[in-house]
Structures are given as C-alpha cells and as structure tokens.
Ligand binder design. Structure first.
Ligand SMILES: [Zn+2]
Ligand SMILES: [Zn+2]
Length: 285
C-alpha cells in the first residue's frame, strides 16, 4: 500500500524534499506532458549518472509525492502541488512593484487608487481617504506573463477566484471543507458590523468577506447584474456599485435573517439571507 503525505506526517514529508535531486525529479515529472516516465528516461532528464543513488532518491519520493505505475513514474497530487508552489513563488520580476496609480478613482471619495506589491503582499488603497479596496498575500507567480499595469486587475481576479473557492466549499489552504457563517458585531474593515466567514474544519484557515462580497457569487445577484448590463465577474471590485453601497440590516437574530439592499444603475435588489448566507427571499424594484 502506498503511503500518503498524511501517513508520513508533514515534518517527514517536507524533510523528504530537502534534496536537489528529489526536487529535480518532481520538476522533470511535472514537465512531462506525455504520461509516466520510465526509470531511465527520468534519470536522463534529471541528469544523474549513478543509477543506485537515483533509485534511492526515487524510492524516498514514491508513495508520497510520486507513484510507480506500470510504465514508469508519475506525480501524485501532493507532488504536483510542490512543483506548483515552486513556480508560484518564483517570479523575481514581481519582487516589489509600485505604488502606482490606477486609471479608476476610489469608489468612496474619487481620489487616486494606488496599487502596491511588496513582500508577497498586494494592495489597492486610496491615497486620499486611505480606504482599502483590496489587500492580501499573493504569490509572485500570479503576475507572471502580465504587464505591470495589468497587475491590479490580475490581483483582483485572483483574490476573487480564491473567495469563490471558499464560498463553493473548498479551503484555499488544504482543500478541506469550508462552511459559511455570519458573524455579528464585528468591525473588521470599519465598513460593516456583519461579516461572512468561510472556515475550514480541517486546518483552521478562514476567508472573511463582507455580506455583499459573499452575495456576489449568488445566482440571484449575478442575474440581477446581468439584467442591468453589468458582469460582476468582469468588473473589478472597486468599480462594482454593489460592493460600494449595498446596505445590510439585521432583520432578526433568532432565526438569523439579514437583509441586503443594493443597486445597479436604476435597479434595486433586496435579498434576505439566513445564517448560512442562503437567500430565503428576493425582491426587485
Ligand atoms: Zn478614497
Ligand atoms: Zn483547510
């Protein structure tokens, strides 16, 4: 039976990777498009002469990061994630960028929005009122292949995709199950006293959003936007009226019901949600 990362434990799994040849093996397998690699083909790509040594390293990885199958070796899920993490963290051009000004104004005050990236953390903040539109840790590889002036939009899209994953039930850290809940009386960003939390049951990672942010993934809210000619997935966070002026009120606490009223162009949408952020009532005006 194969051992998995969870069988050997995280300490041992990481210790297995503390060797150049083993990392080279994972990278060689990740670079292969045409199925498993045989022992000799893999050894050739890694460039190691000593087949006994090579076999030793291969054995260490097998069952944890790679699988031995009928016609050779291939990456396991954990192995492809290791290589993915190496790529994600390896884009030196994005080491530090900005701050530079975005073409769009601050949604709150109309001042200049600035993008900055430093120490693997990006932000979009208003230089005038200091309101934060976006802020978060992001691996530099995300920006690979884009021009500098595209970085704010890329960052926004990347954060949105992570939020979407958490809303859909997947932890962005360990892929474990997330569950939605509503937090009352928090003043997380000074914008609202109610927040949505999507916490992982397995690893304690949690993604926090405002209620309007969380609702942006709901079909009713997406349809409302589409009917007014706005694609909420194509528009960046700082341009969405829904995120700027949707008002949230607590209708009842037992059972918990929140009511959110937002606008797009001349349309108004009011939705009522329960404690797991499911819409229980919807009204357009
Ligand atoms: Zn501002
Ligand atoms: Zn998790």
């Amino acid at each position: 039976m194969n051992e998995s990362v969870e069988d050997v434990g995280p300490d041992e799994a990481f210790a297995l990777l503390g060797n150049e040849t083993r990392v080279a093996i994972l990278r060689a397998l990740a670079d292969t498009r045409d199925g498993p690699l045989s022992f000799s083909a893999l050894r050739e790509r890694v460039g190691m002469r000593d087949s006994g040594q090579f076999n030793y390293h291969l054995g260490k990885l097998t069952g944890v990061f790679i699988d031995k199958v009928e016609d050779g070796y291939r990456l396991r899920y954990a192995g492809s994630h290791v290589v993915g993490a190496i790529h994600a963290g390896a884009y030196e051009h994005a080491a530090s960028v900005g701050p530079f000004t975005l073409p769009d104004p601050c949604p709150a005050c109309g001042g200049a929005l600035e993008f900055a990236y430093e120490n693997e953390r990006a932000s979009v903040i208003c230089a005038a009122c200091e309101r934060t539109s976006l802020d978060g840790a992001v691996p530099p590889g995300v920006f690979d292949g884009y021009d500098r002036d595209e970085y704010p939009l890329v960052f926004d899209r990347w954060l949105r995709s992570k939020a979407r994953g958490a809303v859909d039930g997947f932890c962005l850290s360990c892929e474990g199950r997330t569950t939605p809940e509503v937090l009352l009386d928090v003043d997380a960003r000074g914008t609202d006293d109610r927040m949505a939390r999507f916490g992982c049951k397995r690893c304690d990672e949690a993604v926090y959003m405002t209620i309007p942010e969380a609702l942006l993934f709901d079909p009713a809210v997406i349809a409302f936007h589409h009917d007014h000619g706005v694609s909420p997935t194509a528009e960046p966070t700082w341009r969405l009226q829904w995120l700027k002026d949707t008002a949230v009120e607590t209708v009842s606490t037992d059972p918990l019901r929140l009511r959110a009223t937002g606008h797009v162009e001349d349309g108004t949408l009011t939705v009522t949600v329960d404690d797991s952020l499911s819409i229980t009532d919807e009204h357009r005006a």
